[in-house]
Ligand binder design. Sequence first.
Ligand code: UD1
Ligand code: CA
Length: 483
Amino acid sequence: MNRRKSSAAAPKRYALILAAGKGKRMKSNLAKVLHPLCGRPLLLHVLNTLQAREFQKKFVVVGHQSARIRELISGDDIEFIEQNQQLGTGHAVRTASAQLKGLSGSLLLLYGDTPLIQSSTLERLMRARERNNAELALITASIENPSGYGRVIRTPEQAILRIVEEKDATPEERRIQEVNPGIYCFDLRSLLSGLSRLSSKNAAGEYYLTDLVEIFTRAGKKVITLPVETAREVMGINSRVELADAELFLRARINQKWMANGVTILDPATVLIDDTVEIKRDSVIYPGVLLEGATRIGSRCIIRSYCHIQDSILDSDVVVDHASVVRHSRVGKHSRIGPFAHLRQNSIIGEHARIGNFVETKAARVDTGSKASHLTYLGDAEVGKRVNIGAGTITCNYDGKRKNKTVIEDDVFIGSNTQLVAPVTIHKGSYVAAGSSVTEDVPPHSLAIARSRQVVKEGWVREKNKNANHKDQGATSERSSKK
Ligand code: UD1
Ligand code: CA
């Protein structure tokens, strides 16, 4: 880009994305461009792709649920244009013309529902227009089932003549498989002068941006097309079926990226990794794993089957064993989680720690080398270093009104089946006997036994049986006579 910028002839570049429509065919209360695809709203995919190129300015036309859209992409260097009534793609661009007036150069124009487009393709399109001095360059794609798309009408000499929308097309035109994916690069001045010529006299009663093709060709302006090979890349999403289709395609692309970067994925068809996730090399992902949101996986981690990790950070050499759920949490180096563990709500597990099967942690901090290997609940707890938590330990953090904290200091040993009734602190190096209900703090290096003392009644069973024998002489004499 810098190379182009320094050349005097390089035109200025702007980008405009149309995202004001509701997306009726989604049958949703959520605006179409906000629907997530591999963990990211459709519109953000398009904007991320633009990040790779340099633009003087980026404009987004919003309308339906515009407040939510503005919130989602605020902070970026984006200028919003409000289109209060959605009267068509041509109308949307016309709404933007006040902001575009006076600008010159290239305008890359895309729709917010085309998330799979690659930045290299956009670069080729812009360059094609600029090198050929065309007023308009647009991408075309040939697809087997073109329904829903505008069709490309060419002259017998194969020059592009116009685009006909499906609703307005004759049966013959509908058979044309070359479609308009809606990715254009305009000469800004030509675009602005053409906009006033659009009319809404068509089947949809809308102002079609696509009519500009015919307006340009009739005026003798140069319109060129750039056919793309992979139609998938330029597919627009109008329905949930198309969304699922795109999800499948993008998921494969994401998995391939991580494999190319040195991550082993044993069965890519069953592994779902959001576009927002990062994984370091030599980690191994088993079948059926879900990695979502702002998740970061360090080097040499092993994530076994059916684990679900969301918005969490795993340091290097962590093992997450079968069917564990980790949400909004962190795990330190060389720790082992699961199988069947549940870490949630800001649990922070230190290095070389062990959280075993049927252990749930919530807002718990477990320091280096500590272990809770079986059947335990640690909620609102702070666990020091080298602590051993026995099977069946429960931090009773909730008193019916408030959540209270349990503190377990370094080198503590908690015996099995213990309840720690918070707020409570077990100080350094202490032991808690198995089966205790601890309601008071335990001082350092002490033993706490908080259970009723065992009572043994020697010979009690023999006595019981003797009494029963007296009551039922017959049966007894019969049995004793057999002896
Ligand atoms: C459009 C094209 C069609 C092309 C297809 C590719 C037109 C007239 N038709 O049809 O040739 O094959 O895309 O996917 O352009 N929008 C606004 N304001 C409006 C109307 C739409 O911002 O008033 C936005 C929508 O939010 C959407 C985009 O423009 O992101 C495209 O609109 P959509 O209704 O999906 O157009 P298609 O019918 O798919
Ligand atoms: Ca569309």
